[in-house]
Design a protein around this ligand. Structure first.
Ligand SMILES: *Cc1c(COP(=O)(O)O)cnc(C)c1O
Length: 458
């Protein structure tokens, strides 16, 4: 008998335990809904979406053991047993002294940067996630992206396109007032690309030589560790838990959204070794989130995360997770649709700038493609490009580094036939790419405009 991993067909390493119906919609219904929401897919009602690939954040299915944990949740205000299970599950993988629970990742960012950032400071990152950038900038500091050059070339197949540019880091640490260096694993905004252990070690060495702490934005730590196991020389056949511990041992702290590799629907934390900074962070936590043994979470949420952290590092899960994302990306590549290579862990990124060369970046090719996928097939993706990153702090506008549409895959949620449908719709839209038109923004807020801006077709 062959081991299951030697067969060609990938199978989901679970069976379905409870189901949620999908409401079917028609093309004309979707066209009029798009008008109603000003062509902003964040403003759609979820029941009007057939396949929701807007985000992999908090949208996954929990396991029967996680639901059992929900039932076990203890809602004591202070010192709940659910807190200790959560803290121990975190420290089992990330051995930081202080674990500070928050309702999601951005709350951890807000608290940390309020304490350590501020005007005149610079926070380097391989690529800041949108809320991370906004939280750095909200303190008056500069959020600097320094990925390796290959990260900006969608067709480049570098195995670790999440890596940080070490020369740029060295220069930044020499020239600027840097409170900490961040590395995002995997690099979400840069295409869901992993960071190698070798790069992390080199980043750590540079940080150490300047006496500056290194933090991980660890939202997809398990997917990153799986890629290290698959791609980095000398790491094959290792237990992913040990790779995660190696990653953690290079850092002085982390921020985390448990809505990603916590396999939960809500949750997050800030963890760090520095006693004085932790003390200031806990004080802020009490102001805005809650008492330090629950943060912004209920006891049942803490339980779901604690169990999720055990499941997310299982090899059968990670093999399925990464292979099933690649299944979508490889099928689109074979159909001639330009996608960011290699395929990342949690999402497939369509290269809208390459597919729609007739639409200028400032006419938002990514948004145009995302809107077309919804109109044609009820699929909701997310623009990651000029809408998300084009607006400068001074209010002016520049093209984003790339114009992508992210098709994020919720964890353990859709089956292979759902994905086959996505392949069919995206391929059909790509076949008539020259008919798509750009958009203009008719209304926008001062920051994080992609969530609420309204558009009109050109
Ligand atoms: C989702 C995410 C965050 C923010 O976490 P939330 O739980 O959504 O607040 C930060 N960084 C990265 C890389 C993320 O993917």
């Amino acid at each position: 008998m062959r081991h299951v991993t030697e067969w060609r067909t990938i199978i989901e390493p679970f069976r379905i335990h409870s189901v949620e119906p999908i409401r079917m919609t028609t093309l004309s219904e979707r066209a009029s809904l798009l008008e109603d929401v000003g062509f902003n897919l964040f403003s759609l009602r979820a029941q009007d979406v057939l396949i929701d690939l807007l985000t992999d954040s908090g949208t996954g299915a929990m396991s029967s053991e996680q639901w059992a944990g929900v039932q076990r949740g203890d809602e004591s205000y202070a010192g709940s047993p659910s807190w200790f299970r959560f803290r121990d599950a975190v420290q089992d993988l990330f051995a930081f002294e202080h674990v500070i629970p928050t309702h999601q990742g951005r709350a951890a960012e807000k608290i940390l940067f309020s304490v350590i950032a501020g005007p005149g400071k610079v926070v380097p990152n391989n690529t800041h996630f949108d809320t991370t950038r906004a939280n750095v900038e909200a303190t008056g500091a500069i959020a600097l992206d320094i990925p390796i050059a290959e990260a900006r070339v969608p067709s480049d197949r570098h195995p670790f396109k999440g890596n940080m540019d070490l020369d740029a880091l060295e220069r930044t640490l020499q020239d600027s007032d840097v409170p900490c260096v961040f590395v995002t694993v995997t690099n979400n905004s840069g295409g869901g690309q992993p960071v190698s252990l070798e790069n992390l070690r080199a980043v750590k060495a540079i940080c150490e030589s300047h006496g500056i702490p290194l933090f991980l934005d660890a939202c997809r730590f398990a997917e990153n560790a799986w890629f290290i196991r698959e791609r980095e020389p000398g790491q094959e056949n290792r237990d992913v838990r040990d790779i995660v511990k190696d990653m953690a041992s290079l850092a002085d702290g982390m921020t985390m959204s448990a809505k990603k590799d916590g396999l939960a629907n809500i949750g997050g934390w800030l963890a760090l070794d520095d006693d004085a900074i932790a003390e200031q962070c806990r004080t802020l936590l009490i102001l805005t989130e809650g008492f330090p043994t629950y943060g912004g979470l209920s006891g049942r949420d803490l339980e779901a995360v604690a169990q999720g952290l055990k499941e997310v590092v299982e090899h059968d899960y990670l093999r399925y997770r990464v292979l099933s994302t690649a299944y979508l990306g490889d099928a689109l590549t074979r159909a001639g649709v330009p996608v960011v290579q290699p395929i990342g862990g949690h999402a497939v990124y369509l290269d809208a700038r390459a597919l729609l060369p007739h639409i200028e970046p400032l006419q938002y090719p990514g948004q145009a493609l995302a809107v077309a996928l919804y109109r044609e097939g009820g699929i909701r993706g997310c623009e990651i490009g000029t809408v998300m990153f084009g607006r400068q702090p001074d209010g002016s506008e520049l093209p984003g580094p790339m114009d992508l549409v992210r098709l994020a895959i919720p964890r353990r949620t859709y089956t292979q036939s759902h994905v086959d449908y996505v392949v069919e719709v995206v391929t059909a839209v790509a076949a008539k790419a020259d008919e798509l038109r750009g958009l203009k923004i008719v209304e926008e807020p001062p920051s994080l405009r992609h969530f609420t801006a309204k558009f009109a077709p050109l």
